[in-house]
Design a protein around this ligand. Structure first.
Ligand SMILES: [Zn+2]
Length: 387
């Protein structure tokens, strides 16, 4: 998929391409039956379980924040309209997709269930057992910063906790009325799993891939941007309370780089600086992570070669504790590459571009998950620009 040429605005810096350079269409051979090992994933539910035959054949879909009010986000005079049309799905589209994913037997799993390091530190496939008839699916969400471009434009403005400590969103409607409720991917998914527990394996939900240059989760929490002040610390404390609640309810966090930077083209020194800022500003809020979701899908290795420590960027990121690496590839249903010290996985962008292509029969992967015609929002102008 071509990287979007749009994007002078921060919005498009934040959104563009999470649809970008395609990973090669190939995957490793089937698991050998090696006994896996150091998985820390929670136990799966009791019952008749069947081993998934090949962990290299697991799909990974991802989303950006949801459009709550398509009339505002897609308004003809909204300067951010094109980016919203290209990279966002609406809340009604997402809800309809969840119904179909569930109907088709998908069940959410974290990537750590596919492969994990054994006692000797070697990454190996982990036997994955699912209820009969279920298909594993990994899900992630990008750019969950609730930045100035989305807030007030028909999107939620943060993730927060309600009086009972449950994660919810704040949303201000077109009339200026502010409410809390389920207005974005994580909260809508929480509701769906509460109603359909068999959509989650052992409580697994998804991975939230965070930048930090605009704060995290709707909080101006980054000392290096917002200043090392009492107010920044208070914002970070609120963000941490939300992050803790998310982790306790099946969510994991990944680095999406500090500044939504292209790790493929950055120099090693610039990549290190960016990663250090992410760990300094987001790390205290979300804790340690072993996952990196490349901004723009921009991988540090090209082609089908697996990572090796001769790649200095890989050696650095591996030494920082990253074991799972995610690029973008919507051209194949799944792409997973296992090496002794890494798992690399392609992600399928579910957005206005792929939806529009699927509607025209030009996108072969989305139909595995849902019928695009049945899920498209009647308030979405079509075709999507640039699709
Ligand atoms: Zn992104």
């Amino acid at each position: 998929m071509k990287r979007s040429a749009v994007g002078s605005l921060a919005l498009l810096v934040a959104l563009a391409g999470c649809g970008a350079p395609a990973a090669p269409a190939a995957s490793d051979p089937a698991p050998t039956g090696a006994p896996g090992g150091a998985s820390v994933a929670p136990a799966v539910p009791a019952g008749d379980l069947v081993r998934w035959p090949d962990n290299a054949t697991v799909s990974h879909i991802f989303y950006h924040p949801l459009v709550v009010d398509p009339k505002r986000a897609f308004a003809a005079d909204n300067p951010d309209r094109t980016g919203f049309l290209q990279y966002m799905v609406t809340i009604d589209e997402f809800k309809a997709q969840l119904v179909q994913l569930h109907d088709r037997g998908y069940v959410l799993v974290h990537p750590q269930r596919l492969a994990a390091r054994d006692a000797a530190g070697v990454m190996r496939w982990t036997p994955l057992f699912l209820p009969a008839g279920k298909k594993p699916l990994v899900l992630s969400i990008d750019d969950v910063s609730y930045n100035k471009n989305t807030v007030g434009n028909g999107f939620a403005s943060n993730l927060t906790l309600d009086a009972a400590g449950k994660v919810t969103n704040t949303y201000t409607d077109a009339a200026g009325a502010t409410t809390t409720g389920s207005y974005d991917v994580s909260t809508v998914l929480d509701d769906f799993v509460a109603a359909h527990p068999d959509f989650s394996l052992g409580g697994d939900k998804g991975t939230i891939a965070l930048t930090a240059y605009e704060g995290v989760l709707g909080y101006k929490s980054s000392p290096s941007v917002h200043g090392d002040t009492a107010e920044t610390r208070a914002q970070a404390a609120q963000a941490k309370a939300v992050a803790d609640a998310l982790k306790a309810t099946g969510w994991k966090f990944a680095s999406h780089s500090f500044g939504h930077r292209d790790y493929g083209s950055l120099s090693l020194a610039a990549l290190k600086r960016d990663d250090e800022r992410w760990h300094a500003d987001a790390g205290p809020i979300v804790g340690a992570t072993d996952m990196i979701v490349y901004a723009y899908g921009a991988d540090i290795e090209t082609g089908n070669r697996g990572y090796a420590r001769s790649n200095a960027k890989f050696a650095y990121l591996s030494d920082q504790g990253f074991d799972y690496f995610f690029n973008v590839d919507a051209s194949v249903p799944h792409w997973v590459q296992l090496r002794p010290d890494s798992v690399r996985m392609g992600r399928i962008n579910i957005d206005g571009i792929t939806l529009s292509r699927a509607l025209e029969g030009r996108q072969d992967v989305l139909p595995l998950f849902f019928d695009a015609k049945a899920v498209v929002d009647p308030l979405r102008p079509l075709p999507t620009p640039g699709a």
